[in-house]
Design a protein around this ligand. Structure first.
Ligand code: GLN
Length: 231
């Protein structure tokens, strides 16, 4: 039993982001969700011996859905923050990341965060990047989108000067669809760690956290890491 008195149901509902490559994304050919988080959740569920249903939704909706009990758990490259810890519980950190600034390849005036004054920054709504950008002094505008691909498009067509977003996604984008069109500039802006989130007091947290620890020790985590991020 959890501190909220509830027990773990036999089949749980797990929320994930509609798209946060390479952690979760829809494979257009198979119609299935794939990614590091998706593989990790599968391994965790096998370890615990629990059935689950994946429910992809806009990132912004995950925490409210945990709070109302519409989700038993959420995995979405979600950064562990003090703010979020007030309303949801997290496992131990399972992935270290940070935020990067992405600009067009031919951009010369933006070399780091101090050059963003007077510029339009696009990012994804409800994220740590949005919070970060909103606190920067002197930006012309912070433009949040439900999906990061829209922010990348704004950048490429010139309606935004930069995108601020999670480093693994930015680096992946530079290597794939954004190849030759965009580049990352400056240092990692903010160190962050991702955790799996639960409704406050959920009895599932400890079980998942323990399973995660075991997967980190038995080599499974490592294998999945190499599969999705290389080395
Ligand atoms: N890590 C970021 C956050 O938690 C963004 C995650 C995402 O877009 N899925 O705010």
């Amino acid at each position: 039993k959890g501190s909220d008195g509830s027990e773990v149901p036999e089949k749980i509902t797990i929320g994930t982001d509609t798209s946060f490559v390479p952690f979760e994304f829809l494979n257009q050919d198979t119609g299935e969700y794939e990614g590091f988080d998706i593989d990790l959740v599968k391994a965790i569920a096998e370890k615990i011996g629990i059935e689950y249903e994946l429910k992809p939704m806009d990132f912004n909706g995950l925490i409210p859905a945990l709070q109302t009990g519409n989700l038993d758990m959420a995995i979405a490259g979600m950064t562990i923050t003090d703010e979020r810890k007030k309303v949801v519980d997290f496992t131990r950190p399972y992935y270290d990341a940070g935020l990067y600034i992405l600009v067009r390849s031919d951009e010369k005036s933006i070399k780091g965060v101090e050059d963003l004054k007077g510029k339009v920054v696009a990012t994804k709504q409800g994220t740590t990047s949005f919070n970060y950008a909103s606190k920067l002094d002197g930006l012309k505008e912070v433009r949040p989108f439900p999906n990061i691909d829209q922010a990348y498009m704004e950048l490429e067509k010139g309606s935004a000067d930069a995108v601020i977003y999670d480093s693994p996604n930015v680096l992946y984008y530079i290597k794939t669809k954004g190849k030759g069109k965009v580049k990352a500039v400056g240092d990692l802006l903010q160190a962050e760690s991702y955790g799996i989130a639960f409704p406050k007091g959920s009895p599932l947290r400890d079980k998942v956290d323990e399973a995660l620890g075991e997967l980190m020790e038995d080599g499974t985590y490592e294998k999945l890491y190499v599969k999705w991020f290389g080395q």
